[in-house]
Design a protein. Structure first.
Length: 260
């Protein structure tokens, strides 16, 4: 099967390589000219499925800009299966043109391909006939034992935002806790190691400073997805006090975030 990948950032490049590992014939397009195709239109004309991994930058008040996703899905509307991996607000995919499935990504920029290959679950959002096609696209020897979970578009979209928002809250809390208990002589490295043994709490997010050597959280996903969830809460006129508190706390731990 020939599959197109549109957008070759961290997620797109890793997704293209991941699909090649499943034996798919992958062609690519990126606006910077690094793909095998010069236009998304030429790619659309020769693929049976396409994966959209284009940016959705945080705009005014943290709202995710889906204009590029909408444009690309319009170009790909005649492709039998279009799988969106870009982070989008809840309720987006239902309004996109074409045969769209949402496949949220959960990967670290430093280990994106390895994370995709190691994932225990694949979450696919959309109508049952389309998610079944997407599941077939992702089937292969590397995925034996992986659980494919089918969901509504909105559920899969929410999963992406809420997962990263929850992780951001956890990291902000860990930084606050480290500052407090450290004042009383506790060794946070020892404490966090013990916390990680509790299956209710998990072993990710307790490290202070974080994996990048800085306090708080940064990167491409956690700040943006947290802001995106807060923006949707504001649009619905619902308070997101816990999420917003984590965002405000992170500005103290990582002042560079306060300038965004």
């Amino acid at each position: 099967m020939r599959v197109g990948v549109v957008g070759l950032g961290v997620v797109g490049a890793a997704t293209a390589e991941y699909l090649r590992g499943l034996g798919r014939d992958v062609v690519t397009y990126d606006v910077n000219g690094s793909g095998s195709h010069s236009t998304p239109e030429s790619l659309a004309g020769e693929v049976a499925a396409a994966v959209v991994c284009v940016p959705t930058p945080a705009g005014l008040m943290g709202r995710l800009d889906t204009s590029v996703v909408r444009h690309v899905c319009g170009v790909l509307r005649e492709v039998p299966l279009v799988v969106v991996r870009s982070t989008v607000p809840v309720g987006t995919c239902r309004t996109l043109p074409g045969n769209v499935v949402y496949w949220p990504e959960f990967c670290n920029a430093r280990s994106a391909l390895a994370d995709m290959r190691a994932a225990a679950h694949a979450f696919l959002g959309g109508p049952a006939d389309l998610t079944a096609r997407a599941a077939a696209l992702l089937a292969g020897p590397h995925n034996q034992g992986r659980t494919v979970r089918h969901a509504a578009w909105e559920d899969a979209e929410a999963l992406k935002l809420v997962t990263n928002a929850a992780m951001a809250v956890k990291v902000a809390f860990a930084n606050e806790a480290e500052a407090v208990v450290g004042k009383y002589g506790a060794d946070w490295a020892a404490v966090s190691g013990l916390l990680a043994l509790d299956s209710r709490l998990g072993d990710v997010g307790w490290l202070v400073p974080g994996p990048d050597g800085l306090p708080g959280f940064g990167g491409a996903c956690l700040p943006k997805d947290l802001a995106g969830l807060i923006a949707q809460a504001e649009d619905a006129r619902l308070p997101a006090r816990v999420a917003d508190a984590a965002r405000q706390a992170n500005k103290k731990f990582r002042p560079a975030e306060a300038k965004k």
